[in-house]
Design a binder for this molecule. Structure first.
Ligand SMILES: Nc1ncnc2c1ncn2[C@@H]1O[C@H](COP(=O)(O)OP(=O)(O)OP(=O)(O)O)[C@@H](O)[C@H]1O
Ligand SMILES: CC(=O)N[C@H]1[C@@H]2OC[C@@H](O2)[C@@H](O)[C@@H]1O[C@H](C)C(=O)O
Length: 373
């Protein structure tokens, strides 16, 4: 038995999630012991949003940000380490996802398939005094995969072997799903991004209300869905790309929202309601062929704290599908991906593979990640 820390800084750009996980050497049990999120300062968030914006970004900014985020992640992990060292717990390793600045899942228009996560592991190791496992996506890409999604292996370990088919639907900035058939083998796992998560909703709430997100779905609840705008959104080229597919801010970020706002006129709450419905519809459409009798649709990620979004999802899926949240299973919606990093990091340290080729399109199973001692 040991303790490790998982760090996840996702596409929502809300900060870094820090999870303390107790694990067993047999690689079958990973229990969340403690969790907190350290938000980005306004200054750091601005640097990250500039770095991911193709029109604002520059190589000096990215170079500096790699180190600056390394310190930010390192300090966040150190806070957890110190808290638990006082309780006599020794932390064996930190597993860090890094901040995605760009993700090009497939080669097109002169751009080779590639992905970039920053937050230098050498700095995290130096700040924490603990070895760090990081950069999980590149090895999968090196064998022809899209480098995403990478959580399915962890979900397979943590959620398999139940009596029902389970669909784990994460709603972060982007939404991604893992389908685990009843008593599945790793080859039977399917996973892909279902489209936008909270990204469009957040962007609209920032635009109209200068707030970070639609707290409890209050604005969407008061708005009316515009069928015309919804139809336009559903015609996005993402939905015609071959499966398995992944996406990112490049498809549904600020530029996408600005173009929508320039084309259509709706009230603030109608915009937010329409974007919320779009997220729900994109999920239902992407999962349509997997809804068989006796399926649980388990929602995780920050989107599970938006009841308007949850009820729109329930409206869009067949009535025999029961929509639950991680909390309904006694788990944590917000900690799930940070916990997944520990599962991946542990496997890296043991020299075990952890990509899922049926999800990423990789030609073979490989050991993900790099270790900084
Ligand atoms: N109480 C709440 N009400 C409504 N929405 C919420 C609430 N809490 C969180 N969210 C939404 O969840 C988002 C954060 O989700 P999460 O932390 O899962 O994203 P992430 O890990 O950054 O993204 P990804 O999984 O795409 O990498 C917020 O930006 C917000 O839109
Ligand atoms: C490149 C990248 O950072 N992708 C994220 C993002 O956020 C959600 C979705 O898009 C998913 O594909 C992925 O994250 C999770 C952790 C994954 O790879 O499984």
């Amino acid at each position: 038995m040991g303790y490790a820390i998982g760090l996840m800084s996702g596409t929502s750009l809300d900060g870094v999630d820090v999870a303390l996980v107790k694990y067993d050497e047999g690689m079958s049990s990973y229990e969340l012991e403690d969790f907190f999120t350290i938000p980005f300062s306004d200054e750091l968030k601005k640097k990250v949003t500039d770095a991911i914006d193709i029109n604002q970004s520059n190589v000096a900014l990215i170079c500096g940000l790699n180190i600056e985020l390394g310190y930010f992640f390192g300090e966040a992990a150190k806070k957890m380490i110190e808290k638990h060292q006082r309780l006599g717990r020794k932390i064996d390793f930190v597993a860090s996802h890094g901040q995605t600045l760009y993700h090009q899942p497939i080669s097109e228009d002169n751009l080779i398939a590639s992905t970039l996560q920053v937050g230098e592991s050498s700095v995290i190791t130096e700040v924490t005094g603990v070895k760090v496992v990081s950069d999980f996506r590149y090895r999968d890409m090196a064998v022809g995969g899209q480098g995403a999604p990478i959580v399915p292996y962890s979900e397979f370990i943590l959620y398999n072997d139940r009596e029902k088919q389970q669909i784990l639907q994460n709603i972060g900035g982007i939404s991604n799903a893992t389908i685990i058939p009843k008593n599945a083998t790793i080859q039977e796992i399917t996973a892909f991004d279902t489209g936008p998560g909270n990204m469009i909703i957040d962007e609209l709430v920032r635009h109209f209300y200068q707030e970070e997100y639609d707290d409890n779905g209050q604005y969407a609840k008061q708005g009316r869905v515009s069928e015309k705008v919804l139809e336009h959104m559903m015609s996005h080229s993402f939905f015609s790309r071959p499966m398995p597919r992944t996406t990112g801010r490049e498809d549904f970020g600020q530029h996408y929202v600005t173009a929508l706002l320039d084309t259509y006129e709706l009230s603030a709450n109608d915009w937010i309601a329409t974007a919320t419905k779009f997220t729900a519809k994109a999920i239902a459409l992407s999962l349509a062929s997997f809804f068989i009798d006796n399926t649980d649709l388990i929602i995780g990620g920050g989107g599970s704290y938006n009841p308007t979004l949850l009820s729109m999802i329930q409206e869009e899926v067949p009535s025999f599908v029961s929509v639950k949240t991680q909390e309904d299973l006694g788990q944590s919606s917000e900690a799930k991906e940070a916990v997944a990093m520990v599962v991946l990091g542990h496997r890296t340290l043991l020299g075990k593979t952890s990509n899922v080729p049926s999800a990423t399109g990789a030609t073979k199973e490989v050991i993900l990640g790099k270790i900084t001692w």
